[in-house]
Design a protein. Sequence first.
Lengths: 226, 178
Amino acid sequence: MDERDDDLSALIKAKATRHAAPSQLRARIDARIAEIGTARAEETAGAGALGSPGRAWLRWTNMGAAFAFGVAASLVVVLTLRGADEEDRFAQAVVDSHVRSLMGAHLVDVESSDKHAVKPWFSGKLDYAPPVKDLAAEGIPLAGGRLDYLGQRPVAALVYRLNLHTINVFIWPATGQSSKDPVFDVRQGYNVAHWTGDGMQYWAVSDANAGELRNFVRLLSLDDRR
Amino acid sequence: MDTKTQQFEARVLPHLDAAYNLARWLLKDDDGARDAVQDAYLRAFRFFDHLRGEEARPWLLAIVRNTCYSLLGKRRQLGEQVEFDEERDSEFAERSAEAHGVDPAAALLRKIEKARIDEAIERLPSVYREVIVLRELEELAYEEIAQVANVPVGTVMSRLSRARAMLRASLRRPDQEG
């Protein structure tokens, strides 16, 4: 840094505007954080025997493959019956899980935009390999993955970012081999999509608008074997 | 309220002005900056567990910066932004610095009004604008800026020096053409 830099520095420091945060922004952020914090505290207290879901899962993952495999194997039977009621319960479960994941405690176990980091992370934690697709080129980067628990079984949850929205995609093996085109639904203001393909069933949920989610689902289910 | 929330309020909320200042300079509008900062804070809260012993400020500012760039990317797709070309714009800065000769009269610099300074900073391409804002207005260390911008310290230093050259060139012109 030479003398001229000092002059310029002094000039900028003295004269350039340092924008201060508007007071209502401070209040709004304060309120939102407090709200989420309180909700989480209540949830943690109410979770009872399960304890904090996030921490519990971390402990589970540490216990390794055997345990997750055991749980998956013993509970897979539950998924044999299908019907409208069951669809409905799953839709509610994925929305609940999506909301929980955004409450701050536990969005991702493995934080990476690289599918080659996320996919191997699941091996040993699940008894199947969830397809992980990179959509960064389409402007929907991967944020990471986590283990979740739906319909009495551990499932893979992939987290994508679409602009300021978070998309959770839950993936677990389908019971049949037949593919099913995406069905869209709205629950509690969240857009939900469900489809089956390549022997896996997918649930995607997001606060992104219906068109955006539709496009995301289209990109994700494109059969380009990337 | 749980411990995490209390810690977050103690460690991260105090940097709200810095967060807003960066967002405001990057996005150049109040509404966008407000939304980006709020979103960045919620995101920061979500990932607060990842922050261990590090300084909260550069960590937060990195999140704010990312949030702003994804918004800028979205705007660019909508055609509101001119694509920034680091090579071309840097060459331009260096050429114009040479063309104008060396030492600008310090006295002249001191007379320049606030509005012109702001305008000159605003005209910098965002990667240069952010280093000026972080260095001169937020007084971050080079290492902290490197952390925020996710580039090596050497890049921070070369961007700073190019940014200063561009600012000098732009302030030296008696009247702005634009």
